[in-house]
Design a protein around this ligand. Structure first.
Ligand SMILES: C[S@@+](CC[C@H](N)C(=O)[O-])C[C@H]1O[C@@H](n2cnc3c(N)ncnc32)[C@H](O)[C@@H]1O
Length: 240
């Protein structure tokens, strides 16, 4: 069967609507206040909503490969009078010049909020995974691996702030959520590079009125039970 995958332009329009929706609900405003201070390297500018709110308290450099989203971000940031530094590159194919731009910026914080992409990108990088829903999760995990790789997570980096869409198990306390997420992320992402999760926040994920369809893959490393849609903010800091 021939699949029709969402292309970069279609994805940019989907993400524009969703990020306007998230902004309407105050999500970017809230997340940017949680981000530790210092130079912020953003993985994925989307339409620039993260840049707008992060740049109120931070110097921001954003990386993105989707030309439609970069154009949307420039238009949007012009319309609100916000300055920006957006560098076009593909996270999976960082060139010597891309790495130089990152090094010269001296990031103190890396943010990866709502990591995802259009179908063409996701299928290209997750060919080993047959399940469509799990592909999005695998794509995000591969980018998380790039975020903590030595060319990106330089000695200047002290914090990594990841934000994911997912599910919260009903009845789970904040402490249980923290312990489960910390164990999962410390084991699979942070421990090997000397970082440790120190803050996990659950934010209600307003879905009513949203047209954006998320493929939500269950994380087998987390507890089982009835789940409600949640935005999970995870901040790790360097401990070694
Ligand atoms: C879901 S959007 C989130 C954007 C932004 N972080 C926000 O919170 O609004 C994901 C962004 O990451 C970018 N992206 C995804 N995969 C990428 C890759 N391999 N290289 C560069 N940018 C990528 C997409 O183009 C998109 O702008």
């Amino acid at each position: 069967m021939n699949r029709v995958l969402i292309n970069p332009e279609q994805y940019s329009q989907h993400w524009k609507k969703e990020s306007e929706f998230l902004e309407f609900h105050g999500i970017y405003q809230l997340l940017s206040k949680m981000t530790p201070s210092g130079n912020v390297l953003e993985f994925g500018c989307g339409i620039g909503k993260g840049i707008r709110y992060l740049s109120i308290g931070h110097n921001v450099l954003s990386l993105d490969s989707n030309p439609y989203l970069v154009d949307e971000a420039n238009r949007y940031l012009d319309s609100v009078g916000a300055s920006r530094k957006i560098h076009k590159c593909d996270f999976f194919e960082l060139t010597a010049d891309d790495k130089r731009v990152i090094r010269e910026f001296k990031p103190k914080v890396i943010v990866g909020w709502f990591i995802g992409s259009h179908g063409v990108d996701i299928f290209k990088h997750t060919q080993e995974e047959p399940n469509d829903i799990t592909k999005s999760k695998l794509y995000r995990e591969k980018i998380e691996d790039i975020v903590v790789s030595p060319d990106v997570c330089l000695a200047s980096v002290e914090y990594v702030h990841l934000v994911n869409r997912g599910g919260r198990v009903v009845g789970f306390t904040e402490a249980e959520l923290f312990n489960d997420t910390k164990e999962d992320y410390d084991t699979y992402v942070f421990e090997s590079i000397g970082f440790e999760v120190f803050e996990v926040k659950n934010i209600d994920w307003p879905r009513e009125g949203s047209e954006f369809q998320y493929a939500q893959a269950h994380n087998p490393n987390l507890a089982k039970g009835e789940v409600v849609p949640t935005i999970i903010s995870i901040i790790a800091k360097r401990v070694k």
